[in-house]
Design a protein around this ligand. Sequence first.
Ligand code: SAH
Ligand code: SF4
Length: 429
Amino acid sequence: MNLTPHPSLLDALLLPTAQPLLTTTSSPHPTSNPLNLPNPPNLPNSSTPPNSSNPLSLKTLLAPYPPYIDTELRTWLFKKYCFNPDAYTNFPKSLRTTLKKSFPSALPLHLTKTIHSTKDKTKKFLFKTQDNQFIETVLIDNHSHKNTSQPPLKKPTSLPPSTSSSPPSTYTLCISSQIGCPLSCDFCATGMMKFTRNLTPAEILAQYLLPAATYNIKISHIVFMGMGEPLLNLKNVFAALTHFTAPLPNGLALSARRISISTSGILNGIEKLTTFKANIRLSISLHSALQHTRNIIMPDLKNVSLPTLKQTLIAYSRNKRAHPLLIEYIMIKNLNDDATHLTALISFLKAFPCKVNLIAYNHVPTKPYQPSPPERIRTFASALIKAHITTTQRFKKGDDIKAACGQLAILPNPPLPTAPLITAQKKHA
Ligand code: SAH
Ligand code: SF4
């Protein structure tokens, strides 16, 4: 790993104050490897950035200045989205010079590429970390429709102002929590990547700050549905959540109810989430309520039994009543979309309050799976609704630029040839 000697200004700013908002006496530093997965070469368990040599350096540097300087610095970063200390004109010149010298980068990520969807307004960002690795983040325009055709923007620019006839756009940002993923769900492109490390709180926040600044927009919704399993990077995700939801200027003042975390079912992470003060939303990637099918498509979660997952979700729902759980169910042709799977799903979901999101499988190169036909998805939706379970179908956005759910990955090119279709029955044979 090619380390640079300097942490970014944001890394240095977040470190001394990143106190996750926990309500109980449980450890704020849960293990980030609860499944006992083999540790990759460098799996940092702390929020320390890979290149941080002295976490207190910013505090020391600001010590000679009046206390309001710390607040002003946060205002420049979190409110004005300004990342160049030269522009901090309310700071003494000596401080601006020192900041630039001590922190050559204000943020720990560099935006290297933006890909624009031609069928909706989705944008995919490729960010480079300071240790020369890459992550992807997706910006979704909530008002764009499935078949909206939008010409790509020529260069980063402010998005057009809204007119009185159309409501102002709202945006959802799909952010990554890890570089790669330690799990390897068989349907997911990220799972094909080598897992490198957890992202730091500053790297998680920078995924928000850079698009917000580039397009001069307020991003209202965040989903942790990019690369990685957020509950296997719990400490840094908690620290990032704290900063996302803290009032200005300490944080970005986002509404907790507009932040969702998606997990494949990391039990101790789900339990720890009940200790997080703010009421963020939790999504569970279930994908099958039959153990043998789940074991096929999510082999690294074999030791998370469905009855135990159900008990954990029942307990979570009792403790966190603010929002019902969202259950994600990818519909894969001839694999989890028959009557047996439907009956098992309804029975599983009857145990706790929840909503279901049916997701037609998004194509991943080299994978043998296909999406269920629309009529099969409709059959599932009608039966779930008949069973009094609120059901929605997720709009596919950005699939033309591989920005839809499960398509994010930095993989070697060109992809390998697609393998023949596998069904649950065939895999079992
Ligand atoms: N690791 C977390 C969050 C990232 S994945 C999790 O698994 O929940 C975000 C969502 O995309 C999950 O619901 C995941 O199951 C889904 N997903 C993965 N691959 C997909 C694919 N090929 N098609 C549709 N959804 C997919
Ligand atoms: Fe990781 Fe989620 Fe993809 Fe599974 S679905 S490999 S947990 S990112």
